[in-house]
Design a protein around this ligand. Sequence first.
Ligand SMILES: *[C@@H]1O[C@H](CO)[C@@H](O)[C@H](O)[C@H]1NC(C)=O
Ligand SMILES: *[C@@H]1O[C@H](CO)[C@@H](O)[C@H](O)[C@H]1NC(C)=O
Ligand SMILES: *[C@@H]1O[C@H](CO)[C@@H](O)[C@H](O)[C@H]1NC(C)=O
Length: 453
Amino acid sequence: MGNLYHNKCLFKMNILILFCLIFSPVHGLNLTPIVNLTSGPIQGKVTEYESIDVYQFLGIPYAKPPVGKLRLQLPVKPDPWTEVKSVTDFGPACFQPMNPVLNIPYTGKTRIPMVPLHDVILVTINYRLNAFGFIYFGANEPRIPPNIGFQDQLFALKWVHENIQMFGGDPNSVTIFGESAGSMSISAHLLSPPSKGLFKRAILESGTVYTDHDVDVLITDSWKLYNKTSCSKSEDVLECMQNLTANEILNSLDNKLVAFTFTAGGNILPYEPSKFSYKLLEHYLRAQLERAYSDLFFVCPTYIFGHQYASYLGKQGGKVYAYYHTQRPKAYLPFFNEWMGTFHSSDIPYVFGLPLINPGYSQKDISLSREMMKIWTHFAENGEPPMVGETKWKPFQEKMSAMILNIDDWGKTELERVEFCLKEWDYLYPHVIHAMGKLNLNHVTKDVLRDDN
Ligand SMILES: *[C@@H]1O[C@H](CO)[C@@H](O)[C@H](O)[C@H]1NC(C)=O
Ligand SMILES: *[C@@H]1O[C@H](CO)[C@@H](O)[C@H](O)[C@H]1NC(C)=O
Ligand SMILES: *[C@@H]1O[C@H](CO)[C@@H](O)[C@H](O)[C@H]1NC(C)=O
């Protein structure tokens, strides 16, 4: 498992690391110098964008493949190697079902350019997903720990900490960022005791551990899956699950978009992150559906997390910056209808520079992409976002507003939704989220940037 510098799951966590780019003197050659990792030497390839050399190291193993006796167990380091390992191609994607919303298979070859317009090292990781990463049988099978997917991420963070210097990176200047389940993961690492010290800054691109999750549902779903497999008669849950083919596990999954999510328990998330009391009401029934989904699943949880984190960090001098992304990309995931507006994940093409290299985007998309890459990397480098037009981006602690990321509203901020979320959240969370049940991907993304230092 584990392909560093590769990612590509809807679920992902990227690590942005500040970096003094070593410009290669060896034009014409397409291999990088050999890099000595703690586990052995590797050699990547050199590509070029706008006359800048980009070193790519693809498919670096940070752990052993989680198969056989390693399935559903904590990650372990790969055996060291001595021959130079060629890392010039992406590894396979993590095992996962077809995306039930988009109805497309994951191929593992989705390209994310590493557009080298800024001096950063981009690290993307694979981690175990769905049942492979989050199945949990509770106390009846204590040999299978909760949140294995988070454990992979933690392991990868440690890998970065130990190895990034070999690439010219600074292990003390790591920024982690993620979208959707990736964003939830980032918020988990903000709360995780063993993740402390492994990164300095974090960007949540929509979604936190305040999103709905229920350990009883998780355990029931885990047993349901178990019962569907040929293991159902076996007494030895762990060993039998380890004996199955990965495809049998995949084929036993329900067609749920969000199944096998994180749970409180274990070293990474020792406590229940959201403790909201029930109150009565159906506050949202009159509200617009899009907005209801957005607020509940992503917008409000992210604002609330940012707000609470800001109060916590404020005591230590840290800062949280919020943004509200509202520009709908012209060419990204066209099956999201116009009426859905700026949908969940629509900030991804901008952050990764897709409008600069792929057809179909507008001039405004290109401009926003350049600006957002500047913001992300400026934040990773300096711990604060740059000026947005004429506007200074104030931290949450100074002003409870979010910077709007839209070329047509450049430099404007929004207050209304932040205030709404802070005021109504206790009310909304317990009810509507359960009533709505299934996640739908229509909503505006909303986000928090945070600096720890
Ligand atoms: C990597 O290790 C090899 C073998 O020990 C050594 O010859 C080489 O100089 C090392 N390269 C770097 C960049 O440290
Ligand atoms: C799984 O099967 C066992 C044995 O037949 C049964 O007791 C249990 O209720 C089933 N669990 C679920 C969640 O279906
Ligand atoms: C798992 O497979 C091994 C090797 O084929 C076999 O000996 C063992 O009985 C199997 N265990 C279970 C619980 O199915």
